[in-house]
Each structure stands twice: as structure tokens, then as C-alpha cells.
Design a protein around this ligand. Structure first.
Ligand SMILES: *[C@@H]1O[C@H](CO)[C@@H](O)[C@H](O)[C@H]1NC(C)=O
Ligand SMILES: *[C@@H]1O[C@H](CO)[C@@H](O)[C@H](O)[C@H]1NC(C)=O
Ligand SMILES: *[C@@H]1O[C@H](CO)[C@@H](O)[C@H](O)[C@H]1NC(C)=O
Ligand SMILES: *[C@@H]1O[C@H](CO)[C@@H](O)[C@H](O)[C@H]1NC(C)=O
Ligand SMILES: *[C@@H]1O[C@H](CO)[C@@H](O)[C@H](O)[C@H]1NC(C)=O
Ligand SMILES: *[C@@H]1O[C@H](CO)[C@@H](O)[C@H](O)[C@H]1NC(C)=O
Ligand SMILES: *[C@@H]1O[C@H](CO)[C@@H](O)[C@H](O)[C@H]1NC(C)=O
Ligand SMILES: *[C@@H]1O[C@H](CO)[C@@H](O)[C@H](O)[C@H]1NC(C)=O
Length: 814
């Protein structure tokens, strides 16, 4: 029984497992248009699927534990693969095989305990490989880098690296950069690193070899030292006089550039180092992030020769016992040579004048980010007496200086000074006059608290940086100026260009400029590069148009800070939009054009509408409606007036409504027949002669001078019946008047009107021949019987009888 079930389950599993496989394979679509996929910080636990066209794949800072054989299939285009900061412990030996375009591979900060040469066997294009900080203790049993013939930058090692053997780096012949982190290296086979040449730059961390096995440290250093190769040594702890002996090999190889980084060093070690380096053509000695445990007593090495030293660079120096520290007075043997000295961010509050005197060759002094004050600067520059005669560049940026007149007085006699950087200090005001060396070309007073400028600024300046102050205006002639930096101030307008006849670069970003126009810029004759982004632009028509013409490349001037920095601040509906992409409504920007076009359009449309209305007889309808309304009103008035005595009003038997062209019929037949009836009508048997009827004819009975509508209405109201004489003429020519009669008639009689109206057809007239708009007439014709004027002589009598009956019928009914 159990077996079929098991089989079934197995089948099910087999069917489903491909789906499971896929769902456990997440995908990442964070790729940009350059096909760079950044899947960093994605919490992936395995390599996600990304497009096979990807050129760069950043998988750093995930939780990926392994790279399986087919994880990277299809990625033949991939140039950069970054797996830094994962938990990679397993990489399938052929996982990287598809990546034959790969140029950069980063596997640093993972859990790789063994390196396999198979990983890299197909990576012939690889130029850069980072294997730092993995827990491998050696570089593998067979040479891992053998096939990497293009390799130029290599990082390897970590806290676990203990052993380097000959042949470990076979295949690696030429590098631009090599970093070996070997703080815990225990075994080194001499020559293991000796075959790499040329070698661009070496960074070595050799903490414990320097402390515990000097011969090992010497061997490593000796294998990597070439005169042209700068060496950076990290994490050294140079306390006793022994540790320094490792440098003997370096010194012997005539090293030129030495940098010590993350260093702890005692006076004793420094003295020994100076002695070891005696006569070595070292030109640059840098110390970065160092702790000095001693008191600066190095004069024991004063006999040593350091004449080739050109530059001392010290940054982030911590002196443990700063109060015991002596003032380099005995260091003439060191200080008389260098042309460049930097002591940056090292809590230096003064350099004694006596020391300054020793720096006879100094051309470049950088004491930025220290604790200098106006008072200690006076000491450092020996009260402006002209020590440091060769000085060309002085950088005292980022100190606690406050008086511009002091600094200007102190440097006045430095007759070769061209660059002065006094940025990031506390200058808040500018005196009216200052003295500067005539050679000064570059002055940086950015990030101070200046509110105004004054003629204190020297006219010799070519580059002036006043950015990030509180300036609002600039009115000073600086004819030599080429570069002016005014960003981060409070300028409302661009300063007039006539002040700076030579200006080529202007940076006035992040101010409060509202706009700028052609005349603003035209005053700058030589301007080539302009940066004005991040201002509070008011996007008016003129400004937007001008701006868009400028970025389209009108003239020599270029906005070099990118269009995306020019954003509208107002009007509100444009806030946040790019000035270069705003399109303002035409109504705002071309008022005259807009108004004229609108007028022309309006006239055109009006004409169109009028002719259209004409075609559909709208005027006729309007006229009708109007007349109708008017008639209704006056009729109501009349009725109101005459209420109660309606019968008395009826002075006519019938109102005759007819076409002008049918007048002859009316006058010749109708009127005589009805108003003056003959005694014997047609010889019929009637005994009494018919009563004469009174007719109302507009020609005869309308009051002259009254409005026609009123007249009609009046006539109709005073007549019992209305007789319409219908003919072709009626509908074709006089329709207007008659329809008026109809409407009125219809209006006050309502349904009764049907009986009050009598239609006489003078000639055969079909309802369908009547134009559609005479809907009342059509309706009337279909609802009321009408009398036809007979063509035969003998029926005429009958006609008159019927008519007369119809006209007098009402009396019978009543
Ligand atoms: C990917 O994004 C991270 C921050 O999320 C950034 O640090 C890293 O430089 C980016 N990588 C690439 C290749 O742009
Ligand atoms: C990786 O996994 C560990 C433990 O499972 C977790 O603490 C950590 O937050 C994860 N890191 C990332 C980037 O997801
Ligand atoms: C120092 O390193 C060398 C070279 O690897 C080795 O032969 C020697 O035994 C080491 N000495 C000590 C004391 O570890
Ligand atoms: C500096 O070197 C010490 C050993 O001297 C080491 O413990 C420390 O981690 C290093 N610091 C940095 C930032 O590398
Ligand atoms: C090293 O220092 C010890 C005492 O600290 C001293 O006896 C010895 O001579 C010094 N060696 C060298 C080479 O300076
Ligand atoms: C130097 O020290 C600073 C902090 O003082 C630190 O941020 C930096 O990483 C250190 N650099 C090196 C190379 O150790
Ligand atoms: C002065 O030092 C600061 C900070 O180290 C640096 O940013 C600036 O470029 C230096 N100025 C000059 C003129 O070298
Ligand atoms: C002026 O100094 C500031 C701050 O040190 C720096 O960022 C800026 O680049 C300097 N300006 C120029 C023109 O070198």
C-alpha cells in the first residue's frame, strides 16, 4: 500500500522541484540604462537572476553564501562583478567560467577559507581582483593567479593569512597596484613577491612581522622595494629600536616614496628610522593617522643626511604628550631641505618662529585644520618680518583666525606668495585697507562670515573664492580676476560684469538670484564658464526664454553646472520644474500676439456662427420668440384691463389674415360677399338675407402708428374668429407675418384656437409642401378642417355658405 503512495510523492516532487528551484532563485531588476545592476543591500541569500546583458553587477552587502555552477551562466558580457561583504564560503570551481569578459572581480570580506585556481582559470580578461579579508591562511596549493595574464590590480590577504610561498604569485608579472594585508604573516619564503615588476604602488600591512620577526618583515620589504615604487606601510607599531631594522633593506634599495599609515611610533623608533634612512634619496615622507608617543627629541640623529627630502606630509597626527613636546628646534638637519610641508588636522596651535626660521627652502606650507589663532599665527609667521621668504603657497584653512588685517600684514612681506587659502576661518569683517604681497594671485576666504567686501581685496587677484559667506553685493574693480566664486551667499543680482574685465569663470550657485538676462551676461566680455544653479528663479517668460536660448548654446558662454540645477522657485505652479524644460502658456509670453490672434479668431468664429445661424433660420426663430413674448405680455395687460367685459370687446366677426398678393381675392370676393351680402344668394331657397359680417382687415382697420404686432393682437382679440387665407403666396412670401399671426393666435386661444381659426385654401396646398418650420400651420392643417376655394363656378355659393356658417357658428353653439 505504501509503495504507490511513495511513488506518487516522488513523481510529484520531481514535477514540482524545477519550480522550487526557480522560486528559490530570486531576481534583481535594479539595472540602469548603462546596464549596471546594483543589487547591493538586497538581502539576497543566493545569486539573483539579472539580465544577461548586464555589464556591471553589484551584489555587495547581501547574505549570499555560495556561487553555484550555473548561477552566472550567460553572463559573457559582464565586466564588473562585486560580491564584497557577503557570507560566501563556497564557490563552485566552474562558477566563473562563463565570465570571459570580466575585468573586475571583488570577493573581499567573505568567508572563503580556500582559494582554488580553477575559479580564475577562464578569466583571461581580468584586470582587477580583490580577495581581501577572507579567512584563508595561504594562497592555495597551486598558483591561483597563473591564468590571469591581464591582471593589473591585486588585493589579497587578511587577518588569517599566515604563509606566502614561492610560486604563490606565479603568473603575476606586472601590476599597477598591489595590496597585501599580512598583519599576521608567520612564514614567508624569500622571493615569493619578488617577480612582480614593474610595480606601480604597494600597500603592505605587516603589523606582527615588524614586532615579532624582523627578518621576515625585511624579506617582504626587500622583495617589493623599487626606487620608483611608492610604498605604503600600514598598521605598524614602531616602539623599540629593533622594529626599525626592517627598513634597512628598503633603504638599501633606495626607496623614494614612503608612506606610513596607522602608525604608532616612539621617539626612539623615529631616531632609529632617521638613522636608517641616512643618505637615502627619499623625496616624499608621508605619515597618515599616526600616534606619537615621544616628546620630539630626535636630535640624536642630527648627523644623518636627508638632503633629498622634498616633502613632509603629516595628517591626523596625535601627539600623546603634547605639553612636553619640544619645538623642533634641533631639527635643522631635517627642516632645512623640504620645499613642501603639510601638517594637517593635527591639533597644532603654533609653529614657533624659531622653527619657521629653519624652513629656509619652504615654498608650500599647509597647516589647514589645526588650532591656529591670530596670535599664534603672528608667532608662526614671525610677526611678518619676512621669514619663509620662498613661500609661494600658504594654506591655513580651517583654523580659528579672525582678523583679516592681521593675516594681510603677516604675509605682506612674503614676496613670492601667490596662493593664500584662509578659508573656513572666523573672518566676519573686512577692513578698508590691507597690504598684500604684489604677487598674490589666489585668495580663498570661503566659509567665513563676511557680510561686505571692501578695497581690502588686492587687485592683483586672478582667483577669488568668497563662497559661503553672507555677502549681498560686490562693487569692487578687480581687473585681473579670471575666476570668481560667490556661491552660497545672498546675492539678488549678478554683480556687474564691467568690474571684472577678464573674468572667465563665475560661480554664483545657491544664492537668492531671481533671474538673469542678456544684459547681465553681456557685460561679462570674456566669460566662458558660468554656474548659477540652485537659485530662487522666478520663471517669467523673459527669463525662461532667455535661459532656454542660452542652454541651446547661444554664444561662447556655457552653463557648466548642468541644466538640472536650474529649477523654478516661483510661480507656485511651476515650483520644482526645470527652467530648461518649462513651457509657459503663450498667453503669458506673447501678450500682443495672443490678443490679436484671439481677436481674429473671435471675429472668424462669430462670422461662422452668424452664417450658420442664418442658414438654420435662427434669426427668424429668435424674432418669433421675441415677438411672441412681447405680444404675450401686452395681451395679458390688455386682458387684465378689460377683464369681465370680454363680449363687449368683440367688435369684429373675423380677423382676416392673408398674403399681400391675395389682396385682390379678399377685396373682390371675400369682403363684398360677407360684409354686403346680396338679397338672393345664388337662387337658393334661403328665405332671409344673411346678416352682414364685420371683418377686420389689416389694411383697412389697423390703427396707423401702432406697432404691427400689437395691431394684430388687438385685431385678433377683438375678433371672434380668425380666417387664414392660405395660398402658395402665403407660405412662400408672407410667411413671417402669418406665422406671427399664428403664434399669437395659438398663444391666447390655446385649444379653443382650433375652433376660432378658419383656414381657407385658395389653391390646393398639401401639408407636405409647407416648410417644416411652420410647424403650427402644419399642425393646424392636420387638426382643423379647412375650406377650399372651389375652381368650379357652381360650388362657390356652397363655399360662401359654409364659410358664413363657420363664422357665425359660434353663436349657435353658445
Ligand atoms: C550600489 O548602491 C550602493 C548604495 O546602495 C552604493 O554604495 C554603490 O556604490 C552602488 N554600486 C554601484 C556599482 O553603483
Ligand atoms: C544576513 O543574515 C544575518 C543572520 O541571518 C542577519 O542578521 C543580517 O541582517 C543579514 N544581512 C543582510 C544584509 O540581510
Ligand atoms: C621568522 O621568519 C622566517 C622566515 O619565514 C622563519 O624562517 C623564522 O623561523 C621566523 N622566526 C621566528 C622567530 O618566528
Ligand atoms: C591600526 O593598527 C592597529 C595595530 O597597530 C590595528 O589594531 C588597527 O585595527 C588599525 N586601525 C585601522 C583603522 O586599520
Ligand atoms: C636598542 O635599544 C637598547 C636599549 O633600549 C640599546 O641597548 C641598544 O643599543 C639599541 N640598539 C640600537 C641598534 O640602537
Ligand atoms: C585615519 O583616521 C581616521 C579617523 O581619525 C579614520 O576615519 C580613517 O579611516 C583612518 N585612515 C586609515 C588609513 O587608517
Ligand atoms: C588647503 O587645505 C584644504 C584642506 O586640507 C584643501 O581643501 C585646500 O584645497 C587647500 N588649499 C590649497 C590652495 O591647496
Ligand atoms: C576654497 O576653499 C574651500 C574650503 O577649503 C575649498 O572647498 C575650495 O575648493 C577652495 N576654492 C578654490 C577655488 O580652490
Amino acid at each position: 500500500m505504501g509503495q504507490p503512495t511513495n511513488l506518487f510523492l516522488t513523481l510529484l516532487f520531481l514535477l514540482l522541484s524545477p519550480c522550487w528551484g526557480q522560486s528559490s532563485h530570486p531576481s534583481c531588476d535594479r539595472c540602469d540604462q548603462q546596464l549596471s545592476c546594483n543589487c547591493s543591500y538586497g538581502e539576497f541569500t543566493s545569486v539573483p537572476t539579472v539580465t544577461e546583458r548586464a555589464l556591471t553587477l553589484d551584489l555587495s552587502f547581501n547574505n549570499i553564501t555560495m556561487v553555484a555552477a550555473d548561477d552566472l551562466t550567460g553572463h559573457a558580457q559582464l565586466r564588473v562583478l562585486n560580491l564584497h561583504g557577503n557570507r560566501l564560503a563556497v564557490i563552485h570551481t566552474s562558477a566563473f567560467d562563463p565570465l570571459w569578459s570580466l575585468e573586475e572581480l571583488d570577493l573581499s570580506d567573505n568567508q572563503l577559507t580556500d582559494l582554488h585556481h580553477e575559479w580564475f582559470s577562464k578569466l583571461g580578461a581580468l584586470q582587477q581582483l580583490n580577495l581581501l579579508n577572507n579567512p584563508y591562511s595561504c594562497l592555495g596549493s597551486s598558483p591561483v593567479f597563473q591564468k590571469l595574464i591581464r591582471l593589473r590590480r591585486l588585493w589579497f590577504g587578511g587577518p588569517a593569512l599566515e604563509e606566502l610561498k614561492r610560486g604563490d604569485l606565479s603568473g603575476v608579472t606586472q601590476l599597477e597596484e598591489l595590496t597585501v594585508r599580512a598583519n599576521n604573516l608567520k612564514r614567508y619564503e624569500a622571493g615569493a613577491l619578488a617577480d612582480i615588476w614593474p610595480l606601480g604602488r604597494v600597500t603592505l600591512s605587516l603589523h606582527s612581522p615588524f614586532l615579532k620577526n624582523i627578518s621576515l618583515a625585511s624579506a617582504v620589504l626587500g622583495d617589493l622595494t623599487y626606487p620608483e615604487t611608492p610604498i605604503i606601510l600600514e598598521d605598524l607599531h614602531l616602539i623599540g629600536n629593533q622594529s626599525v631594522q626592517a627598513f634597512r633593506e628598503t633603504a638599501r634599495r633606495r626607496i623614494r616614496h614612503l608612506t606610513l599609515r596607522n602608525l604608532t611610533v616612539s621617539d626612539e623608533a623615529i631616531v632609529d628610522l632617521l638613522m636608517v634612512l641616512d643618505g637615502v634619496p627619499l623625496t616624499v615622507l608621508s605619515v597618515d593617522n599616526a600616534t606619537l608617543t615621544g616628546e620630539g627629541r630626535w636630535e640624536r640623529a642630527s648627523w644623518s643626511d636627508h638632503r633629498s627630502t622634498d616633502e613632509f606630509f603629516v595628517r591626523n597626527l596625535v601627539v600623546l604628550d603634547i605639553f612636553k613636546f619640544t619645538s623642533f628646534l634641533q631639527l635643522q638637519f631635517l627642516l632645512r631641505y623640504p620645499r613642501r610641508v603639510s601638517v594637517i588636522h593635527s591639533q597644532a596651535f603654533v609653529m614657533p618662529c624659531a622653527t619657521s626660521h629653519l624652513l629656509v627652502n619652504l615654498q608650500y606650507l599647509d597647516m589647514s585644520d589645526n588650532l591656529l589663532t591670530d596670535m599664534t599665527l603672528v608667532e608662526t609667521l614671525c610677526d611678518g618680518k619676512g621669514t619663509l621668504k620662498e613661500l609661494r603657497v600658504l594654506n591655513i584653512s580651517g583654523n580659528a583666525l579672525q582678523s583679516l588685517s592681521t593675516v594681510s600684514r603677516l604675509v605682506a612681506k612674503l614676496s613670492k606668495l601667490t596662493h593664500l587659502d584662509i578659508s573656513r576661518n572666523g573672518y566676519s569683517s573686512m577692513p578698508q585697507g590691507c597690504t598684500w604681497p604684489a604677487t598674490l594671485r589666489y585668495l580663498n576666504i570661503s566659509r567665513a562670515k563676511l557680510t561686505t567686501i571692501s578695497p581690502c581685496l588686492p587687485t592683483t587677484l586672478e582667483v577669488l573664492d568668497l563662497s559661503n559667506n553672507d555677502l549681498k553685493g560686490f562693487l569692487l574693480d578687480l581687473p585681473a580676476l579670471r575666476e570668481l566664486h560667490l556661491s552660497g551667499n545672498k546675492f539678488l543680482r549678478i554683480p556687474p560684469g564691467s568690474l571684472f574685465t577678464n573674468l572667465q569663470t563665475l560661480n554664483i550657485q545657491s544664492n537668492t538670484l531671481k533671474m538673469f538676462d542678456r544684459s547681465d551676461l553681456q557685460s561679462y566680455r570674456r566669460l566662458q564658464s558660468l554656474q548659477m544653479g540652485q537659485n530662487k528663479f522666478v520663471c517669467s517668460c523673459d527669463f525662461v526664454n532667455f535661459f532656454q536660448s542660452v542652454i541651446k548654446g547661444g554664444g561662447d558662454m556655457h552653463l557648466t553646472d548642468g541644466e538640472e540645477n536650474y529649477v523654478c522657485d516661483s510661480p507656485l505652479y511651476l515650483q520644482g520644474e526645470l527652467v530648461g524644460q518649462v513651457s509657459l502658456p503663450i498667453s503669458e509670453c506673447h501678450m500682443v500676439l495672443f490678443v490679436s490672434v484671439t481677436c481674429v479668431m473671435a471675429v472668424f468664429v462669430a462670422t461662422l456662427v452668424v452664417s450658420l445661424l442664418w442658414r438654420v433660420h435662427a434669426f427668424w426663430y429668435i424674432k418669433m420668440t421675441w415677438a411672441w413674448l412681447k405680444a404675450k405680455r401686452s395681451s395679458q395687460r390688455r386682458r387684465h384691463r378689460d377683464a369681465g367685459d370680454s363680449e363687449a370687446l368683440l367688435s369684429f366677426d373675423a380677423f382676416v389674415s392673408y398674403s399681400e398678393r391675395d389682396t385682390s381675392w379678399v377685396e373682390n370676393f371675400l369682403v363684398p360677399e360677407l360684409e354686403e351680402p346680396r338679397e338672393n344668394d345664388g337662387g337658393s331657397g334661403t328665405n332671409r338675407s344673411p346678416r352682414p359680417l364685420s371683418l377686420c382687415l389689416h389694411k383697412r382697420d389697423f390703427l396707423p402708428g401702432h406697432w404691427i404686432v400689437d395691431n394684430i393682437m388687438n385685431a385678433m382679440e377683438r375678433s371672434r374668429r380668425t380666417v387664414f387665407i392660405l395660398s402658395e403666396n402665403f407660405v412662400q412670401s408672407d410667411w413671417c407675418r402669418y406665422e406671427l399671426d399664428f403664434s399669437h393666435f395659438w398663444l391666447f386661444d390655446g385649444n379653443a384656437g382650433r375652433e376660432a381659426a378658419i383656414l381657407i385654401l385658395l389653391e390646393p396646398l398639401s401639408k407636405d409642401n409647407i416648410p417644416k418650420r411652420f410647424c403650427k400651420l402644419r399642425k393646424l392643417m392636420s387638426s382643423t378642417t379647412y375650406l377650399e376655394w372651389p375652381q368650379e363656378e357652381e360650388k362657390i355659393g356652397e363655399f360662401w355658405r359654409s364659410l358664413r356658417n363657420a363664422l357665425s357658428g359660434e353663436e349657435d353653439d353658445d
